[in-house]
Design a protein around this ligand. Structure first.
Ligand code: HMG
Ligand code: MG
Length: 298
């Protein structure tokens, strides 16, 4: 049987959170519906965070509530605290994500608390989520370098990853937030984490600032990782990591995985339509290699 790889599409959240230009509620919705039609089975719809901190993610709970339900995709929301989870619960969301970092400085800039304080807040989030039968994913940012502190020790990453896992996160996504990592450094991080838990609980989240994201995915595949986050058209960045580019493009991740013989569940033609549409909405060229090659051949 063909081996499956899980793709978590984070374009509507990680992608759009960083856009300078206004994106309407309807455009966000159309983007997500296109992703569902393309066969993406895990889609991060938005974030229940302060609209003062991240304006593009305002009304993510309302957006969630307007999305179709007659499909097999798991739609999720980012929830940094109890207030965020309550917003997600109010619209019937069944999967949320909490997020912290392996770097103290980044955690302060991103969510205004220390790593330990973030974990204390998450304990309350985990308890309420569990009581409502909601799955919680965990994110750890700055797994290789931090924009404020520089290199982060792999054992520090493994420590935070293990803390989230022990709290009950069903899956932990390791964020290479600023896209500086090369595969050798990614290998060290996976080595440290895989000595604590099995690969099936871990996901790779690679930003592509230096064009290394797809190489880092390949490295991760070699070490048994089978879950990856990506953004259509390589959208994204983090408002608290200046200069960081978007995530690995879903188009390029799909190309790598499908041509290596993995099952992704994606409909190639529908993915390309979604890719063209979001590029038109944002009025810029799509950096994804597969999108460019496909447009040239079809
Ligand atoms: P705070 O200031 O410490 O919290 O912010 P607070 O409790 O004092 O509240 C401050 C204000 O926010 C208040 O409003 C609250 O009501 C409101 P005000 O009285 O000033 O009008 N507030 C909220 N509003 C909506 N939803 C909420 C909520 N909580 C409080 N849930 C907080 C703490 C976490 C809210 C803030 O720091 C924040 O919103 N940060 C944004 C973080 C964020 O979205 N970052 C980007 C996503 S993470 C990422 O991109 C990395 C990742 O992709 C992986 C990788 O690449 O590394 C995941
Ligand atoms: Mg990210």
């Amino acid at each position: 049987m063909t081996e499956q790889v899980k793709i978590v599409e984070v374009g509507p959240r990680d992608g759009l959170q960083n856009e300078k230009q206004p994106i309407s509620f309807e455009q966000r919705k159309d983007f997500i519906v296109d992703l569902i039609h393309a066969g993406l089975k895990h889609i991060e719809v938005g974030s229940c965070v302060s609209a003062k901190w991240v304006p593009q993610m305002a009304r993510s709970d309302e957006l969630y509530a307007t999305l179709p339900t007659d499909h097999g995709a798991q739609l999720s929301l980012l929830t940094p605290n109890l207030r965020g989870l309550e917003s997600a619960l109010a619209v019937g969301c069944k999967e949320v994500a909490v997020f912290t970092a392996a770097s103290e400085s980044f955690t302060q800039k991103n969510i205004n608390c220390s790593i330990d304080e973030s974990l204390e807040k998450f304990a309350d989030v985990m308890a309420l989520a569990k009581a409502n039968d909601v799955k919680v994913r965990g994110y750890v940012s700055c797994i290789v370098d931090c924009p404020y502190e520089g290199a982060i020790a792999p054992k520090q990453v493994a420590k935070v990853v293990t803390q989230l896992f022990d709290m009950g996160c069903y899956e932990i996504s390791l964020g290479e937030t600023i896209g500086t990592a090369t595969p050798d450094r990614v290998k060290q991080v996976w080595d440290a984490c895989l000595s604590e838990m099995e690969a099936k609980y871990l996901a790779g989240h690679f930003h592509d600032t230096y064009g290394m994201a797809i190489a880092n995915v390949y490295q991760s595949l070699q070490q048994g990782i089978r879950i990856f986050d990506s953004s259509l058209a390589g959208l994204g960045g983090c408002p608290y990591a200046k200069g960081a580019a978007g995530n690995v493009a879903t188009e390029d991740l799909y190309y790598l995985l499908s041509r290596m013989g993995f099952d992704t569940g994606i409909d190639e033609h529908a993915l390309m339509l979604a890719s063209q549409r979001i590029s038109q909405v944002l009025q810029r060229a799509n950096p994804a290699h597969f999108a460019k090659a496909y447009a040239g051949c079809n």
